[in-house]
Write a protein that binds this ligand. Structure first.
Ligand code: ZN
Ligand code: FE
Length: 261
């Protein structure tokens, strides 16, 4: 099974998996990069499309891809898709050529947002979190609450350590710039910044990233860690006594990032 990141728009990735015969794509916001790849690989047929949420930069290619291929579309049961799609909810799964994608409901960025996690024979598992989890960051709260997003990220963070996180945007460097302000003394974060800076200088993706790395560097997965919680409380002037609750700290962290330039 081969995993490829197709570039779309300014900073989206459309993830493509194939086994030399069949291909699957996740969140095709644009049909053009997918069709170009398929033309270059005439022996591979696109048969399945997974969608995490309704935003146009994740669904904009669906109409054309469905019209031009035999692909079946799977998307969130709670959101409207531009093409007929099989609706998925927590606990559902999609079977695809020996792979099983488990569906997690991860509200926050949008209310019906779902993520896909797949165990891979002989390879590290894959997570497609859409716009819920980014390397070093998380999605903006367009529809859901901070409490919902924190709960969604907690459940993604509980997946196996080796899980390869296939984020839908290349936001890593700007996220890490903010993370370094939140946690300037985090050595793992400093090392990851150096690594990702080198990758971007060569125009290479910083993704996928291992989930255990994200747990060490991403302030949105670390909002209960004393170094992050203290930094956020200071920035947002949260009263120290009684200690602010987890959701309050997370909401203040998200707000800090929204205002960060
Ligand atoms: Zn989005
Ligand atoms: Fe997006």
């Amino acid at each position: 099974m081969t995993l490829i990141a197709l570039n779309a728009f300014a900073d989206n990735y459309i993830w493509l998996l194939h086994n030399d015969h069949h291909a699957l794509v996740v969140d095709p916001g644009d049909s053009a990069p997918v069709l170009a790849w398929l033309r270059a690989h005439p022996g591979v047929q696109l048969d399945t499309i997974l969608v995490t949420h309704h935003h146009a930069d994740h669904t904009g290619g669906l109409v054309e891809l469905v019209a031009l291929t035999s692909a079946q579309v799977f998307g969130p049961a709670l959101e409207k898709m531009p093409v007929p799609a099989q609706g998925l909810a927590q606990g559902d799964h999609v079977d695809w050529h020996g792979l099983r994608f488990d569906v997690l409901e991860v509200p926050g960025h949008t209310l019906g947002h779902i993520a896909f996690w797949a165990q891979m024979a002989g390879q590290a598992p894959l997570l497609f979190p859409g716009d819920t989890l980014f390397s070093g960051g998380c999605g903006r709260l367009f529809e859901g609450s901070a409490g919902q997003m924190l709960d969604s990220l907690d459940r993604l963070s509980a997946l196996p350590d080796a899980t390869r996180v296939c984020c839908a945007h290349e936001y890593t460097l700007s996220n890490l710039k903010f993370a370094l302000v939140v946690e300037p003394d985090n050595l793992a974060l400093q090392a990851h910044w150096a690594l990702c800076s080198r990758l971007r200088a060569q125009d290479l993706p910083t993704l996928p990233v291992a989930l255990h790395t994200e747990r060490a560097i991403n302030p949105f997965l670390r909002s209960r860690t004393p170094s992050v919680a203290t930094s956020v409380s200071r920035q947002a002037c949260l009263a120290p006594d009684p200690a602010p609750d987890d959701v309050l700290v997370f909401a203040a962290l998200r707000q800090w990032k929204n205002d960060f330039r």
